[in-house]
Write a new protein. Structure first.
Ligand SMILES: [Zn+2]
Ligand SMILES: [Zn+2]
Length: 302
């Protein structure tokens, strides 16, 4: 089980020639989940090769325009493609209110061009598939109703090859039964229980996505142990006062969060055109060596 991330847009509130407004596609276990939908996201879906199919779920970090203005265009295109799939939009109640008003302005009260359900977030688990779950937690970002997201696969126990060999368990579907927790009986009549051949539980994969945020305070508990943390880094430390005023992080703050939360890899996004990527990266790696700056159309798997 892996998470595949496609960075569709990596700019801060003003896009650049290289960076589109924020959006991130997460693919996992046959699910495709869009996180934020800045202006031009539909074209980025095409440029990345991801396309529009099976786009059933949209998670919104907050309702600032750089994160949501792509919604009407994307929905219009889905209608033109005669999509009849139900789309579920998850966001904080205030965020969904902005989305509803935006759609009402274009398609009339309660109107939308595609079948739609809006599901308000409350902290905790809001999506559970066979292969993974998504939890959300509140994030402080100016006066918005902001959420961060934790994608996690369940812990797994692996078969231990040496035990399989010594007990004489043959290859094939019989091994799958053991992984699924069922006992088996071998051709020689010997019974083998899952406990006889499974190793200790290993932690699943954990992906944390955080949009814009005022500070890293109170976030560490949600980020802890993540295989991958995606978070904004709009400013550099030399502009820390401005970062505070605008409700954003510096690269150093984001990297310190990763360093103190036992994160494996850090990807910085929501990149401002005022800095060179190299400057941002240099500031981040000082606090957390395994940092990288996201670029539009980057693909990462964990
Ligand atoms: Zn933003
Ligand atoms: Zn914002």
């Amino acid at each position: 089980m892996i998470f595949r991330l496609t960075f569709l847009g990596t700019s801060a509130s003003v896009p650049s020639a290289e960076r589109n407004h924020p959006a991130l596609l997460v693919e996992a276990g046959g699910h495709r989940i869009l996180v934020d939908c800045g202006e031009g996201t539909q074209r980025q879906l095409l440029r990345s090769g991801a396309g529009f199919r099976r786009l059933h779920r949209l998670l919104l970090t907050h309702a600032h325009f750089d994160h949501i203005l792509g919604i009407p265009g994307l929905f219009s295109t889905l209608r033109l493609r005669q999509s009849e799939d139900l789309l579920t939009v998850h966001g904080g109640p205030d965020t969904l209110d902005v989305v509803m008003r935006m759609l009402a302005g274009l398609w009339g009260e309660g109107g939308a061009p595609v079948p739609l359900t809006l599901e308000p977030l409350t902290p905790g688990r809001f999506f559970q598939a066979d292969e993974f779950a998504i939890d959300c937690f509140q994030v402080r970002h100016r006066d918005t109703d902001s959420y961060g997201f934790v994608f996690e696969t369940p812990p797994r126990r692996h078969l231990r090859a040496e035990h399989l060999t010594s007990l004489g368990v043959p290859d094939g579907p019989i091994r799958k039964q053991l992984v699924e927790g069922r006992s088996i009986t071998l051709a020689n009549g010997r019974k083998v229980a899952p406990e006889d051949v499974l190793g200790p539980p290993e932690r699943g994969k954990k992906l944390v996505i955080i949009g814009d945020t005022d500070s890293t305070e109170g976030i560490a508990e949600h980020v802890r142990g993540a295989d991958l943390l995606v978070i904004e880094a709009t400013f550099l430390e030399r502009d820390a006062a401005m970062a505070r005023d605008y409700g954003h992080l510096t690269a150093a703050q984001a990297a310190s969060l990763a360093a103190t939360s036992n994160v494996k890899q850090l990807v910085l996004t929501h990149i401002s055109g005022r800095y060179a990527d190299a400057e941002i990266l240099a500031e981040a790696v000082r606090a957390f060596p395994n940092s990288r700056i996201a670029a539009d159309l980057d693909v990462l798997t964990i």
